[in-house]
Design a protein around this ligand. Structure first.
Ligand code: S3P
Length: 181
């Protein structure tokens, strides 16, 4: 197996599922947000506040390129921030880095999960519902474009999602594998 990259909107469960999957498969795990925080010695919210979104996006691109080109977290699980796939360059590096899975969740379920997390998610300033309803339709085509697999997680718990991810890792998923452009 190669690397598995989990993408999706904020609140889709990328980090929780990625961490669990990596533990069960005894593989290294990386969360791009936590890695950027470690390097910058600042929380994502503080990076946005002090340096702005563009600075954070550049850090995401640099990290994704480094991961695709290097051996760090090779044969591992990587969950990427919800906005990372919006840059075309990042989608290219994600695909180079491994198998990309879009963890899809419906807007209402995302809204339920995201309520109360605005304080640590700068992209939700302006209201959870407003942001999900404005950002998701713009981002979803990009998530789909980058994905090898789209995993619809509505109605699934973390065990169900992780089991599906394991099947993907082992090449035994019944989900269709998307053609890459
Ligand atoms: C962002 C998502 C966040 C984080 C940053 C920006 C986004 O990650 O990278 O706050 O633009 O959607 P999560 O998806 O892990 O919350």
């Amino acid at each position: 197996m190669s690397r598995i990259i989990l993408e999706g909107f904020m609140g889709a469960g990328k980090s929780a599922c990625g961490r669990t999957l990596s533990k069960e498969l005894l593989l290294p795990y990386m969360d791009t947000d936590r890695e950027i925080e470690k390097r910058e010695k600042k929380k994502v919210s503080a990076i946005f506040e002090e340096f702005g979104e563009e600075y954070f996006r550049k850090a995401e691109t640099a990290l994704m390129k480094e991961l695709a080109e290097g051996s760090k977290c090779h044969n591992g699980v990587i969950s990427v921030g919800g906005g990372l796939p919006i840059r075309e360059e990042n989608r290219y590096w994600m695909q180079k880095a491994g198998i990309v899975v879009y963890l899809k969740l419906s807007p209402e379920l995302l809204i339920n999960r995201l309520e109360g997390t605005e304080w640590r998610r700068p992209m939700l300033k302006g209201g959870v519902r407003e942001k999900v309803e404005s950002l998701l339709p713009v981002r979803e085509p990009m998530y789909i474009e980058a994905a090898d697999y789209v995993l619809d997680t509505d109605g699934m718990d973390i065990v169900g999602v992780v089991n599906q991810l394991k099947l993907i890792c082992h090449g035994r998923s019944s989900l269709p594998r998307r053609e890459r452009a």
